[in-house]
Ligand binder design. Structure first.
Ligand code: ZN
Length: 254
């Protein structure tokens, strides 16, 4: 049967596909409807308009990391003046970024050196349980300390020991620890991360009578997040948060 390529509007949780036959705007949940967390390289779906149901082809999905997709979603939220949702998204993007770095350090680097999938899965589960107790501050402080001191873990046994001593109450690293980082450009980025306030605005929303942020605050937080993530990804060479990517990569990680 003939099928039409649909115009798509992808976001973190959804893919919206416009049917070229009837014009219906089809909203698909990635998890419930498309049944994949992977970017859609090409998939046949049917128009959800009961009077149409025409086969549609969706392709050209975005392949950004989860934390970037939450920031991308903010552009639509900004247009709708949903500033609270933007602040929640930006705070969560930082938390996802920090936890991705922790997974990268404790799971993906050891995996790239020893492709023992059973061991990887065991530690993945243990780390996930441990990180469940972490707030923004705990994730950020752990990230800052490790990035500033260049923590490098290359074996599962060392990773396991590190998971055991991970603490959600990790102290905020001192300015001198961050300034002592051997790479000045990274030290500047880490110092800026230490000053980020978006989670405090989120706390005002949640705990202080539903504080309503202003557009100018959201614009500033969003632009700061894009700048920091882009600089940190280059400086730390953070790779994908996806085991298949490491499986496909033949070289071990530096
Ligand atoms: Zn249709």
């Amino acid at each position: 049967m003939e099928r039409l390529e649909a115009e798509i509007d992808p976001s973190y949780e959804r893919v919206i596909a416009k049917c070229k036959r009837c014009g219906h705007r089809n909203i698909f949940s990635r998890v419930d409807d498309l049944k994949t967390y992977e970017p859609v390289g090409g998939m046949e779906i049917s128009c959800l308009n009961p009077d149409c149901g025409f086969p549609l082809w969706i392709t050209g999905d975005i392949v950004n990391c989860a934390y970037e997709m939450l920031l991308i979603d903010c552009s639509d939220l900004m247009k709708q003046k949903h500033y609270i949702y933007c602040i929640l998204n930006i705070s969560q993007a930082y938390e996802m970024f920090f936890s991705q770095y922790i997974r990268y350090t404790l799971l993906y680097v050891p995996y790239a050196n020893d492709r023992n999938l059973a061991r990887f899965r065991e530690l993945y589960g243990r780390l996930g349980t441990k990180l469940g107790d972490f707030t923004f501050a705990g994730l950020r402080n752990t990230f800052l300390k490790w990035a500033a001191t260049g923590l490098s873990i290359r074996s599962y046994s060392l990773a396991e020991r590190q998971i055991d001593v991970l603490s959600p109450k990790e102290d905020t690293p001192s300015d001198s620890l961050i300034e002592g980082c051997s790479r000045p450009e990274l030290a500047n980025l880490l110092a800026a991360v230490k000053c980020v306030k978006v989670h405090e605005i989120r706390n005002d929303v949640v705990h202080h009578a539903g504080y309503r942020p202003r557009r100018i605050q959201v614009e500033s937080c969003l632009s700061e997040a894009w700048t920091l993530f882009s600089g940190l990804c280059d400086a730390l060479r953070i790779r994908r948060d996806n085991l298949d990517w490491y499986d496909a990569s033949n070289s071990s990680l530096a």
